[in-house]
Ligand binder design. Sequence first.
Ligand code: CA
Length: 227
Amino acid sequence: MNRILIVEDERDIADLIGFNLSRAGYEVIKAYDGIEGTEVALRERPDLIVLDLMLPGRDGYSVFRELRRDARTVNIPVIMLTARAQTEDRIQGLEAGADDYLTKPFSPKELMLRVQAILKRTDSSPGHVDFTYGPFRFDKNSLKFYLNNEPAELTATEFKLLLFLCERPGKPQDRNDLLRTVWGYSDATHSRTLDTHMKRLRQKLGTDGSWVETVRGIGYCVAKADE
Ligand code: CA
């Protein structure tokens, strides 16, 4: 059973989200401020965190940064909740490396779709455990990633994105297909999500970031390796 931590000081929202997640079969843990949220995340290591940005004690960004710095929580996917129309918040959240975000008010159904899409893409896929392409090696079971045989940190989303492209080398992947595959939905407003993740991914790959090519008018492509 997947465990989900909700960090949200507005109890009616936390309860509503919690109720819907429990009903969908998830185990729910709640924290009502940033300090408690950080502690619980580090201690419990949930499978996913729903993190509100406006929190007493310690704001959501600060919680998020700490969790991403700590080896125990670095790979836990995070969905950020932002206040309505605060576009800046949203962009900052994605640039900080959140896996997804929702703008309040949102419907429980919308949240559920995001949660399911993220957990589906972080689920281990038994069978073909290791996949190697060029300088990249993916351990699909543990979601560990190696760059030139050195362990490197990728978020679950970045892992999935790069793996998807590497499994289709030399074939440009359409933006909408990437959004649908990795995020579970696609529409124009999420274009920015894709680009932000790609930018961050390339930075993490350093000089090997050049393997990931932008294909104008289509999307992205991983270069074909020399035979
Ligand atoms: Ca709040």
